[in-house]
Ligand binder design. Sequence first.
Ligand code: NAD
Ligand code: TYD
Length: 378
Amino acid sequence: MKRTIIITGGAGFIGSHVVRLFVNKYPEYKIINLDKLTYAGNLANLKDVEDKPSYKFVKMDICDFDGVYKLMQDEHVDGIIHLAAESHVDRSIKDPFTFAQTNVMGTLSLLQAAKLYWESLPEKWEGKRFYHISTDEVYGALELTHPQGIQPPFSTKASSGKHHLAYGDKFFTEDLKYLPHSPYSAAKAASDHFVRAFHDTYGLPTVVTNCSNNYGPYQFPEKLIPLFINNIRHKKPLPVYGKGENVRDWLYVEDHARAIDLIFHKGKVAETYNIGGFNEWKNIDLIKVLINTVDRLLGRAEGEDLNLITYVTDRAGHDMRYAIDSSKFQKELGWEPSLQFEEGIEKTVRWYLDNQEWMDNVTSGDYQKYYEEMYKGR
Ligand code: NAD
Ligand code: TYD
């Protein structure tokens, strides 16, 4: 079946993997990457698909309701996969307004445009889908009740390798109350509520997923993993917040993109699915894995760069532990993370080391000129 899908935030980290997957897997679809190109948007992430006939880039702010509505009409859009957001917790602490504007008002603008356009068609909601990508951070923080780690109650192919620990006995399930702590997660929580309200009030065919921390190629180097890989390479200090005891559940970004594909096509309308790796790591343990992997791949002595670890003042309101229970999604739709963490980290570190030019472009700010050069006159 031919479809026309807007993917918002397609020039960002996860969005670029989703665009690549859809453009390559569904050449019969038209894929429109709608992105404002903020500091986090980088079209160089999509060099390999930008000339494909079914791919189109549109530089637009999701808050531009008129622009989005017109684009939907002009292109006969029947699906939206919404990833555009301000996504970094530390930035949200400094500038909460931008987070409310983009994450809440931007989502509302997309919802309203989709509602008005689809409602105006004879077939209305039939064959339509509004898929909102959210985060596990909306659930707040879990406690670290088992600092040494315990055997988790579930196991997956991907996490049944060397490291398989849970640092508490509670997990985020879909029925949990929202308790966001940061301006980022508060804004994402508000946007999730709007999406569900548009289903319940107007019947918009929505689906929401809440995913754990992603890692992999093309992540902006303000987030822990790419920032630290780059710092280790250049022997710069590694700023560890607090005691480094906070726990995150890490998922390889391509596994998230596969999950998004599955849910866009097969997920039930009005449903929420949690997506995670069953793969909890304390920050400090993960940082040591990164140091060992970078040192090994660069031919440095084992542990040579451990002295780069620098404990700094903790992040305000720093959530202690995130851990997703994704068994509902796994059982209903048969998804599993494909990679063990050790493999995923090795692939990721290799990618950043092999793509120093990408990293230099991002850290120097040169990547922001890419759009002007590539799209001049188009
Ligand atoms: P990112 O910051 O790398 O990319 C965000 C993209 O959105 C950028 O391309 C940016 O230019 C674009 N954008 C920002 N504001 C916009 C606006 N007003 N209009 C149009 N485009 C705009 O983010 P990411 O890490 O790829 O996250 C993507 C989505 O997934 C977000 O909604 C985030 O909340 C969610 N998520 C992320 C993670 C993670 O670990 N990174 C985990 C779970 C959920
Ligand atoms: P981050 O990648 O910002 O993702 P999130 O805050 O959405 O989980 O951070 C991951 C963890 O690493 C989090 O516990 C904060 C911590 N962290 C540091 O200790 N130092 C850093 O410089 C950064 C960016 C993060």
